[in-house]
Design a binder for this molecule. Structure first.
Ligand code: TMP
Length: 246
């Protein structure tokens, strides 16, 4: 497909793809849910019916993806570990399935999609974190997405030490001891610093698509920043905040 064809395809769709990215423990999934509630409650004239505002995630949104997510996040039995290239290919496989079975058809129906992670996680985690070849990652991202790019990607930025300590205490508010960390979360501080550098690099490289959102402060404060950014970037009327986040 030529660049012009890709652009034409992009212009034809009426849906919107809004991606939330960031480090483990940055509050991304919580904010995605607040944003979903807010968008559904706002009834912006440009937005579709609330049933057409949907949530999805990578990895793990499709039937195949749910199996891949389990494999990716649970350490496999045995002591051979997971090769970084095998990990990269599994994330790419999840994405290819997600794009064809959820993202493209839903965008073509005019849905507004809020997606928890997409291509930039691969650049940050497998590229910067694991040190895999960036041109290979770009190639795989482009094969898996068939040229589909987000309308807006929000990078929820939090200092690495803060997101790590949030992860360490996750679950304690519910009276649980800290929740077990998954295979990726368990990687060391250096790895997560490199991932953070990756997101920083991406935001500088693609300012037309990726915006940094300060993820420090209360849930309500971050939710308002997210809403403001979406209104500004998608040309929505001035924002009235959703009352719920505390
Ligand atoms: P989640 O906990 O935000 O759902 O993400 C699952 C983990 O997978 C998280 O640690 C980030 C990681 N990941 C990658 O390493 N590469 C990717 O391409 C994606 C989508 C996620």
């Amino acid at each position: 497909m030529t660049g012009q064809d890709k652009q034409a395809e992009q212009d034809k769709r009426t849906g919107r793809l809004i991606v939330f990215e960031g480090a483990d423990g940055c509050g991304k999934t919580t904010q995605l849910r607040h944003c979903y509630d807010w968008l559904r409650a706002q009834r912006f004239p440009q937005a579709p019916d609330s049933s057409q505002i949907i949530l999805t995630q990578e990895p793990g949104a499709t039937a195949l993806g749910r199996t891949l997510r389990r494999i990716l996040l649970t350490p496999p039995e045995g002591d051979e570990g997971v090769e970084p290239t095998a990990e990269l290919l599994l994330y790419a496989a999840d994405r290819a399935q997600h794009v064809q079975h959820i993202l493209k058809p839903k965008l073509a129906q005019g849905c507004w999609i809020l997606c928890d992670r997409h291509i930039d996680s691969t650049v940050a985690y497998q590229g910067f974190g694991r040190g895999l070849d960036q041109s290979l990652i770009q190639q795989l991202n482009s094969i898996a997405t068939v040229g589909l790019v987000s309308d807006l990607t929000l990078w929820l930025d939090l200092p690495v030490e803060v997101s790590r300590s949030r992860l360490a205490t996750r679950g304690q508010a519910d009276g649980l001891r800290s929740a077990p960390q998954d295979r990726m979360e368990r990687l060391g501080l250096d790895f997560h610093h490199r991932v953070h550098q990756g997101f920083e690099w991406l935001a500088g490289q693609y300012p037309e698509r990726i915006v940094r959102v300060d993820a420090s402060g209360s849930e309500a404060e971050v939710a308002r920043r997210v809403q403001q950014m979406i209104c500004d970037r998608l040309g929505l009327p001035p924002n009235s905040p959703h009352p719920n986040p505390t």
